[in-house]
Design a protein around this ligand. Structure first.
Ligand code: SAM
Ligand code: SF4
Length: 360
């Protein structure tokens, strides 16, 4: 007998926007309306409001009429990763608080990546004070059932006073809480991590590095000596990974015109630090690709002058490795290229040597 699966999000997660709007979905764009405003409404009325109860009631019957199947990748693709077994405590009105909350943490960051922004963003003292007030008065009280706190908003987890304050307060209040952190790694120092008491609390750590080369790093992040700082931090973080204190450790790479030739070296670089690596393409979030035009940066566009060479590089067997993930867009380009070259001698030889190495 098959157990009925229901969308986990509706019973466990919320997302809060800068203006206090609360959304009941992994991605608030999927829903037309906010379920309340955390700055104005009582949280119990938001979390168990009439509309929310209706959504849960429908989900418990296997119905999702208010969700948008065109936008929800899970509904659209029949991808059931989010759909989990119906728990006995799943009711329209829940007697527990969210297990996952995405808090708004501003855009503060110590870097200015070419595909993200064109200036260093740093909030004023008043803004940081106001944020701290929100943490104490609103965010901490609604987090009593939180299991994992995700810190990967628009800014940097360690390069922002906002998120460092948030992490410090949550560690102090909820010592058993785990963190999922995304950072450029420049300030992920032993000192900071120990001071924040985070050594055994990082369930997942993702570090965006995008290169194996200090010069490329400067070209992308536009911060001096960033790469050397990261290497020092990685040496320390690798020791935590070795002790199994960071179960999921990933180095991230946004592929663009400056770095694509370094992708293979990056896989080997990540292995040195016991990390997996993830590649995805530079994306056009409209107002963020500032230094160059998106067409010039996007080596994955067929029209880019380096596209053919890029495709060839992607066909390398190293990207078959279990510790390496390519985005769907990069996977598609790779699969097409492999289909084209799979019977050539050079591809077969490469694959042969890769398999020998892998089985050693
Ligand atoms: C906005 S950052 C925030 C977290 C942290 N500061 C970092 O860099 O990891 C999240 C991720 O988005 C990536 N990113 C930023 N702008 C992008 C773009 N236009 N296209 C693709 N990825 C982008 C960054 O490289 C990073 O891996
Ligand atoms: S991508 Fe991350 S590190 Fe780079 S500027 Fe944006 S927030 Fe900062």
């Amino acid at each position: 007998m098959s157990t009925m699966k229901v969308c986990w999000e509706l019973f466990n997660a919320i997302e809060i926007e800068e203006d206090g709007s609360v959304y009941l979905c992994c991605d608030h764009r999927l829903r037309k309306q906010a379920i309340g405003n955390i700055f104005k409404d009582n949280f119990d009325n938001i979390w168990n409001g009439d509309f929310v109860q209706k959504l849960r009631e429908e989900a418990l019957k296997g119905q999702y009429p208010h969700c948008n199947p065109k936008l929800c990748t899970y509904l659209a693709n029949g991808d059931d990763r989010l759909f989990t077994d119906k728990e006995p405590n799943y009711k329209p009105a829940l007697d527990y608080y969210p297990k996952r909350i995405a808090f708004p943490m501003g855009k503060d960051c110590n870097a200015k990546c070419i595909f993200c922004r064109d200036e260093i963003i740093s909030s004023s003292k008043e803004e940081v004070e106001n944020f701290n007030r929100l943490i104490d008065e609103i965010y901490i009280p609604i987090s009593k059932n939180l299991e994992i706190l995700t810190v990967n908003d628009g800014g940097d987890a360690f390069g922002s006073k906002f998120s460092r304050d948030l992490i410090a307060k949550f560690v102090k209040t909820y010592p058993n809480l785990k963190f999922k952190i995304m950072t450029n790694g420049i300030c992920a120092t032993k000192e900071f991590i120990q001071e924040l008491n985070l050594e055994n609390k990082m369930f997942e750590l993702d570090i965006s590095i995008n290169t194996v080369n200090p010069e490329t790093h400067y070209k992308i992040f536009r911060i001096k000596n960033g790469f050397n700082a990261i290497v020092k931090n990685l040496e320390y973080l690798a020791t935590l990974k070795e002790k199994n204190l960071i179960p999921s450790f990933h180095l991230k790479f946004v592929v663009c015109n400056y770095n694509w030739k370094e992708m293979i070296q990056f896989v080997k670089f990540a292995r040195k630090y016991h990390a997996n690596c993830d590649f995805w393409e530079v994306r056009d979030y409209k107002n963020n690709c500032l230094e160059n035009k998106i067409e010039d940066m996007s080596v994955h566009f067929e029209t880019h002058p380096d596209y053919k060479k890029f495709k060839k590089l992607l066909s390398d067997p190293i990207f078959d490795s279990k510790d390496t993930t390519l985005s769907p867009v990069l996977t598609k380009i790779r699969n097409e290229e492999i289909e084209r070259v799979k019977n050539t001698i050079s591809y077969k030889i490469k694959k042969f040597f890769y398999n020998i190495k892998k089985n050693k």
